[in-house]
Design a protein around this ligand. Structure first.
Ligand code: NI
Length: 176
């Protein structure tokens, strides 16, 4: 396993539609492991392959360190319902957070790391937010694209950031 550097806003890999994977083989499994390790190193709760420079439709989400990580290939949103405003951040847009509309209920589908088709349902939680956030990433979309007005994006003061690093992750600090 290896930690890969996170790609930041301005890198074209974040703005392209990533390619589908045809099947889960050893190289995809290694990539999933690298994504998880890179996500942990960056203290994130979700990561999409383009964020480490790999233009493939692969995401990993782990909203609670005690839960098993969710690995999805070719993830798609099947259904959404409701709107809620969330304070969101992204590992690829460091130093900022923004209030954006997300769905209350999310149903997503994809292939798990054994190649099986799976459906994931989430409602009103960090998982619902992370599914939309990471699936946006494989479509070249960033959370800042959902800002309704420029003032909804706020710069995190360096001292706040330092504080966040020293605290266990919670909903408010999560980034993917
Ligand atoms: Ni992100």
């Amino acid at each position: 396993m290896a930690v890969h550097p996170i790609r930041y806003l301005g890198d074209p890999v974040l703005r392209n539609r990533a390619k589908k994977v045809t099947r889960i083989d050893g190289s995809i499994e290694r990539l999933f492991d690298d994504m998880l390790e890179s996500m942990h190193a960056a203290r994130g709760v979700g990561l999409a392959a383009p964020q480490i420079g790999i233009p493939l439709r692969l995401i990993v989400i782990q909203t609670d360190p005690e839960d098993e990580p969710i690995f999805l290939a070719n993830p798609e949103i099947v259904k959404v319902q409701g709107v809620r405003y969330l304070d969101e951040g992204c590992l690829s847009v460091p130093g900022y957070r923004g209030s954006i509309p997300r769905s209350t209920k999310v149903v997503a589908k994809g292939m798990d790391r054994s190649g099986k088709s799976v459906r994931i349902r989430a409602e009103d939680d960090l998982l619902a937010e992370a599914l939309e956030h990471e699936i946006d990433h494989v479509n070249g979309v960033l959370y800042i694209d959902h800002l309704e007005k420029r003032e909804d994006l706020v710069k995190i003061e360096p001292e706040d950031e330092a504080e966040l690093d020293g605290e266990p992750e919670g909903d408010e600090e999560a980034a993917g």
